[in-house]
Design a protein around this ligand. Structure first.
Ligand code: NAI
Length: 316
């Protein structure tokens, strides 16, 4: 079987997402080299990673079979981009979501990479063709879009452009699986990939229900967190349908006409602006004042940690 253990992975950009990828790849023993344009950012990232690995180990949440110390020893920093990517079979780009910045970086990478390295972007919004079309090495480029926080939310959307060589998504999927993520591979690039298209469909209908005065913000969120979300933490909507009748054909037989009729009453795509936006913001700030956002994020991450532990136990 693969893989790849002593092999080197370059991380370009050591912010929130770059640090997470570093920890994920190191958990499987890969040699991770982190590049950033700011030396102090690299030092800071290494410190934070060391600290996080120790804390994960203490709480029994460390991924992989190696100790925190062993994992940390797999990771190093580097301020020379050429040195960072040389000899790496895979690189994960994690620079800020700014298309001009990304285009410039990919142009630079085009001049220094070999014909083998897989060039994978963490971008959450740009289709790979947007920054790779003009590259000599465009056949090696694809998107691997993680979900925040990637250490606990395993999904990775792998998105090839029409130029991506056929074996590149396959190898990327094997790598992601090996390090414990859950990759899905899109057959082609599409705006919003899959996760955000689904997320936006949900947001749009929540918006319409609020705008029409059917439910307030708190109750809309309860529909997800106390209803649909309870299932969606471990079952997708398709299998949910399969289980909600005597199989999917019986589900369609029973419900497809109703689903179509209700869906036809859904309004047009809303613009998230104006008085409804003000109203939603006001209600959300009553539920969680802006000065409490950080506290609430910590609470969210604790919940996700517990959920991912529970999912592991149920699946093992
Ligand atoms: P961040 O702002 O936390 O980190 C970006 C890092 O890139 C900084 O350390 C910065 O110094 C460095 N950087 C800037 N220019 C650079 C260059 N030319 N070369 C190397 N490093 C450079 O950003 P974050 O949140 O980690 O996002 C990174 C990517 O991940 C973005 O494309 C974003 O869309 C994607 N992403 C972010 C998610 C999130 O929730 N934060 C979720 C999924 C994807």
């Amino acid at each position: 079987e693969p893989i790849l253990k002593d092999r080197k992975i370059a991380i370009i950009g050591s912010g929130l997402i770059g640090m997470s990828w570093s920890m994920i790849f190191a958990s499987a023993g890969y040699k991770v080299v982190i590049f950033d344009i700011v030396q102090s950012q690299i030092d800071n990232a290494l410190k934070q990673i060391e600290c996080q690995l120790k804390s994960l180990e203490e709480r029994g949440l460390l991924r992989g079979k190696l100790t925190a110390k062993q994992q940390y020893s797999c990771i190093s920093g580097c301020t020379d981009i050429k040195e960072a990517v040389t000899g790496a079979f895979f690189m994960q780009e994690c620079v800020p979501e700014n298309i001009e910045l990304k285009k410039k970086l990919y142009k630079q990478l085009d001049e220094i990479v070999d014909d083998k390295i897989i060039i994978s972007s963490s971008t959450s919004t740009f289709m790979p063709s947007i920054f790779s079309d003009d590259m000599k090495h465009r056949a090696q480029v694809l998107v691997s879009h993680p979900v925040n926080p990637p250490y606990y939310v395993p999904l990775v959307e792998i998105v090839p452009s029409k130029h991506t060589r056929k074996d590149i998504p396959t190898i990327t999927r094997a790598l992601m699986t090996e390090v414990g993520q859950k990759p899905v591979v899109l057959s082609r690039e599409i705006e919003g990939f899959a996760l955000n298209r689904i997320q936006y469909a949900i947001l749009n209908e929540c918006w319409r229900l609020i705008a029409d005065g059917i439910l307030d913000v708190k109750d809309i969120d309860s529909v997800m967190s106390d209803g649909l979300g309870m299932r969606y933490a471990f079952l997708g909507p398709m299998e949910t349908a399969h289980l909600n009748a005597e199989g999917f054909l019986s589900y369609c037989d029973r419900y497809s006409k109703t689903i179509y009729a209700v869906s036809e009453t859904m309004g047009p795509v809303p613009k998230m602006e104006g008085p409804v936006m003000e109203q939603v913001a006001k209600e959300l700030e009553q539920m969680c004042p802006l000065e409490d956002l950080e506290k609430r994020r910590k609470w969210r991450d604790t919940c996700l940690t517990e959920l991912s532990k529970m999912k592991k136990e149920l699946n093992d």
